[in-house]
Design a protein around this ligand. Structure first.
Ligand code: ATP
Length: 340
């Protein structure tokens, strides 16, 4: 286990920003901390970095307890969302900064910085100043600067937040490939599920200062531990009142049910092949979403959502349909029931 947090709490004047946080990260993994604004992601990252001191709990990095180790001695690289480059320094000097502070000799610095300039693909731009670079290029420089002192752990706080949507997509793929090729254990913060799914090997879902679930994107998608986790990875519809559907009768009365629209099959009435399992429904609304059509149907007083391909028969509000639910997640307090 490369990073481990055990029961970490952080209070800000009685407000629990972190509430009993425990998790582990294995060496070489790229992990995304995903959660809504104010859930404690940044606090968590800064606690690991040594910039925030926890009120309780233990933090281990590479087997050593680091609670009392200052930030500068934790061997961590930090990339902030707003680049935080030095405006009056060139690309080269920005990347060299940490090495110059450590008083490394000039030839060493030159070699290391040149290697990093190649890594980030900015050869030829080393004499430019930050204002002469694009947002994506600046963020690459910030990344190289964090890597320069050869950290064992890289922490990135919303590294793509300040970048245009188009470049962001490119940069995500680049970052994932670069981090994987370096094999450096990395943890990044995001509030964007697509970003987390696309970049991370593993995702930790944070909600109100607590960990909701940790796992690979596919694992969380297939077995969301809580309705909150289901909502954060993939599309989902959370029903507060669940009436028994064919095949899932035993779960009536549970607190919450989650249904993924892509696992709901809606067809014109009478066309459904597996009629025995299908429910009757009435179409309430139809939304054209380009590559798919989103259909809202009423089944036993519940509003379910399913997708159709634009190639399929069109449906209109008021029409009778057959509705087949392939999978349902039912929750009772913290318990998850997975039904197939
Ligand atoms: P965002 O995505 O908006 O950055 P976040 O998940 O990173 O959110 P944090 O920045 O960790 O959340 O904040 C968690 C909670 O702790 C928030 O409610 C915030 O207001 C509070 N908080 C953070 N830092 C402080 C502080 N220095 N003093 C008081 N409250 C704070």
């Amino acid at each position: 286990m490369y990073v481990e947090l055990r029961d970490v709490d952080k209070n800000y004047r009685g407000f629990k920003a972190l509430d009993g946080v425990s998790f582990t990260v294995e060496k070489g993994r790229l992990v995304g901390l995903l959660g809504p604004s104010g859930s404690g992601k940044t606090t968590l990252l800064r606690t690991l970095a040594g910039l925030v001191h926890p009120d309780a709990g233990d933090i281990f990095i590479d087997g050593s307890r680091v609670n009392d180790v200052p930030a500068s001695r934790r061997g961590i690289g930090f990339v902030f969302q707003n680049y935080a480059l030095f405006r009056y320094m060139t690309v080269f000097d920005n990347i060299a900064f940490g090495l110059a502070v450590e008083k490394k000799d000039k030839p060493f610095i030159r070699e290391r910085v040149n290697g990093l300039i190649d890594l980030i693909g900015l050869r030829g731009l080393e004499k430019r100043y930050p204002h002469q670079l694009s947002g994506g290029q600046r963020q690459r420089v910030a990344f190289a600067r964090a890597l320069a002192p050869n950290p064992h752990l890289l922490l990135l706080d919303e590294p793509f937040a300040a970048i245009d949507a188009k470049i962001r997509k490119e940069l995500r793929i680049w970052l994932r490939e670069t981090i994987n090729s370096l094999g450096i254990t990395s943890i990044f913060v995001t509030h964007d599920q697509d970003e987390a799914v696309e970049v991370a090997d593993e995702i930790i879902i944070v909600n109100k200062g607590r960990i909701e679930q940790k796992g690979t994107p596919a694992h969380i998608y297939k077995q969301p531990a809580t309705p909150f986790a289901a909502r954060f990875i993939g599309e989902s519809l959370v029903l507060d009142r669940y009436e028994a559907l064919h095949g899932f009768e035993q779960y009536a009365g549970y607190d919450k049910a989650v249904i993924r629209p892509e696992l709901v099959r809606i067809t014109k009435h009478g066309k459904q092949q597996q009629l025995h399992a299908a429910e009757d429904g009435i179409v309430e609304e139809v939304f054209f979403r380009g590559s798919l059509i989103e259909v809202h149907v009423n089944v036993k007083g519940m509003r379910l959502v399913g997708y159709l391909s634009p190639e399929e028969d069109e449906l209109s509000p008021g029409e009778r349909v057959s509705v087949l639910v392939y999978r349902l997640y039912v929750y009772d307090e913290d318990r998850v029931q997975l039904v197939e």
